[in-house]
Design a binder for this molecule. Structure first.
Ligand code: FAD
Ligand code: FES
Ligand code: MG
Length: 274
């Protein structure tokens, strides 16, 4: 059992948990994730490790309420326990000195980007960060990301914080004035697809972190199958990070939505609407 020792509501849709998991906290690196189950009838929920404090034995997790399982998770309180928590899973981000790096995060993807920003700054890179959200209230971790960034640009759909526009608008402006050696984009699928197109047009390699439906997280069930350079890969063991230009985006996006009807019914039943 894994106890929740701190819970914070970042906004009405996004929550932060600190969970006691000393063995995972000792090993987890930027780019890796865990899979948890709330109880023995629950789904397996993959979440990125936002921070791992080896000394305190704590994992920091941030999630957005999107369906039944994340809504159930958001109802847990300090002192409650998760039934299982496995990890760290997936390959860690390759952290080294690239030179000048561009980090682009959207929505709850900012939570997955933050540990990479921090690690790349600690590896002595010049870090330029662009964060995007629908509005000011849904922008998370801007101050923390800013702490590890040489330059920080905030974009919102409605202009309520930073500049009004898309993260790709800010990417184009940066590519026009600065030589970027490598980029990362983490966020909704369409945002990662278009960030890849924008970086590729400028001739800049860009990594994305794919979040297909995962079940076991160990390469055995095939649920997280993705097509990379026309080859089948499993995001849980071969990724989740891949070069954006290698990803078959149409295949990825179609597979993300394959259980949409069932997910809608599960959420309605959970809310008592059916
Ligand atoms: P549902 O209503 O069941 O599904 C809504 C949508 O969520 C689906 O259409 C599908 O696209 C996605 N989804 C559903 N089940 C899964 C599943 N088992 N695995 C992956 N995606 C699923 N979300 C966060 O908020 N914070 C994170 O740090 C985070 N990190 C992730 C890291 C990885 C490696 C992966 C694969 C996913 C990550 N996610 C993260 C996504 C998160 O796991 C899903 O949003 C969650 O499982 C949805 O469950 P649900 O029952 O609430 O939603
Ligand atoms: Fe089963 Fe990746 S989650 S193979
Ligand atoms: Mg679900």
């Amino acid at each position: 059992m894994f106890k929740i020792v701190e819970k914070n509501e970042l906004n009405p849709l996004e929550f932060e948990f600190f969970v006691i998991a000393p063995r995972i906290a000792k090993k987890a690196k930027a780019g890796q994730f865990v899979i948890l189950r709330i109880d023995d009838t629950g789904e397996r929920i993959p979440l990125t490790v936002v921070e791992a404090d080896a000394k305190k034995g704590l994992l920091r997790l941030i999630f957005q309420v999107i369906g039944k399982s994340t809504a159930t998770l958001a109802n847990l309180q300090v002192g409650d326990c998760l039934l299982d928590l496995v990890g760290p899973l997936g390959k860690a981000t390759e952290i080294k000195k690239y030179g000048t790096v561009l980090l682009v995060g959207g929505g709850v993807g900012i939570a997955a980007l933050f540990p990479i920003i921090k690690a790349l700054k600690e590896a002595d890179n010049k870090v330029i960060t662009i964060l995007g959200a629908k509005n000011k209230d849904l922008m998370i971790l801007a101050t923390e990301c800013g702490k590890y960034s040489d330059e920080l640009y905030l974009m919102t759909d409605d202009g309520s914080l930073g500049q009004k526009g898309l993260v790709t608008d800010a990417m184009k402006a940066i590519f026009a004035k600065e030589k970027i050696d490598t980029a990362w984009a983490i966020g909704p699928s369409l945002m990662m697809k278009f960030s890849t197109l924008t970086a590729s047009e400028a001739g800049i390699p860009i990594f994305v972190s794919l979040n297909p439906i995962m079940i076991d997280g160990t390469g055995m069930c095939g649920g997280c199958r993705v097509t990379i350079d026309n080859q089948i890969k499993f995001a849980c063991v071969d990724g989740p990070e891949f070069l954006g230009a290698s990803v078959d985006w149409d295949d990825f996006i179609n597979r993300m939505h394959q259980y949409h009807n069932e997910e809608e019914v599960a959420l309605k039943l959970y809310k008592g609407g059916v």
